[in-house]
Unconditional design. Sequence first.
Length: 289
Amino acid sequence: MTVALAELAESEWRDAAARHRERMGRWTAPHRERRRRGEAHPVRDFLFTYYSHRPAKLEQWDPGPGVRLLGDASGFLDRPGYRIDGDAVVFDPDRAPDRLRATAGFLHGLLTATASRAPRLGCFGLHEWAMVYRTDAPRHGSVPLRLGAAGTDAVVEELDVHCTHYDAFRFFTEAARPHNALEPTRERQTELEQPGCLHATMDLYKWAYKLAPACPSELVGDCFALAHDVRELDMRASPYDLAAHGYAPVPIETPAGRAEYVRAQAGFAGRAAPLRARLIDLCELLLRP
């Protein structure tokens, strides 16, 4: 496979790696400090607990295909897919392990299907409400519900629930599942995933790091930053009262709150589209014979 190559002097790629660590440190350092103190954060911990990528891995820099690393880049040779190329080290898509190619094959189908659909913007974040519907054990038990248990249940019963994302639907309470207009399953994920879904947008971060070390760390970081912002809306629109954590609610139980949610949801879909396209391009590169 022929990939156009750019060259980075050792000082350049070391600077790029340091900038990436500093950028990610905005989120990893506070997470480590909270963990040291034994403190949980109902909004910010999600990206480090639900997703499997550890902070140290998030801080690790990879150039992705098409970059020759000059100087002493021997440390990269411990990572799958890297090889010596004359006086440099490169990531070679031809040397990508089979598990990476299998991941790229699955993701190409999922992401191209998602990108082909118009965003659906009418779910209003009710998945979080459905996760606490008629239960005495909400997922964030230390955080109060804004409307109380009865008020929360009433919102689920009064509004239409249209969750398309299996990994949100699987956390619905048993009582909430019949309220959803769809029956998402893992097998139907490619069929149902759509670009307006907040969780599908957050999952771009997961897909990016699952393509590492082929995925450029800049792209992983861009997907993480977007997931961070989406998570804030996800929880501000949830039934939880997060005032003590500094988050004002998006009250989707009101027409004004639903309109605010849709505007933000559309903005995130717009931000996600070019990142999804970059991931699709990377999958195609990895899958080329």
